[in-house]
Design a protein around this ligand. Sequence first.
Ligand code: SF4
Length: 174
Amino acid sequence: MNKLPISDFVVSDGEVNQYYIKLKKQVESSGYHLNPDVEFTKSLLKSIILNDKRYGYESCPCRLAGNDKAEDLDIICPCYYRDPDLDDYGTCYCGLYISSEIFNGKKKLKPIPERRPSPEDREKLKMESTTGILSSSSIPVWRCKVCGYLCARDEPPEICPICTAEKERFEQFN
Ligand code: SF4
């Protein structure tokens, strides 16, 4: 665990710009959208790089990391909550990613609540999954009929992260 104070870590503008260019290309090719406010987006990326230097993983810029990768797997960017938040609110919790509808001006942003369970609830969920209370078959599995990508979630994603096929091209697999 890294105990050094945050002031010991420096992120240069060059690092942020490089990261921004790489991520934008990657995000656009998979059908997602970064927030078009470049300065805001870069400020979030700067925090992600800082978190990576500080903790050793790219944890969410707007959540408090616990300095324990195994405990924070769900909030390594892009977090587990991004897609459901994009579906329900048109943005991820930090506003780094936005939906096509927001990007194209068809919808306006609205306040977004924190979807990450509390530490107590995360602990409970961990216990339930290790004791088999949560059956994997309780969550629907969706298959992209274009490329075969599988994901387990309540609804299929708006866009396949692999081949960018749209939601209606997913079928329920289980
Ligand atoms: S809320 Fe957004 S910025 Fe934060 S980890 Fe999730 S996807 Fe990344």
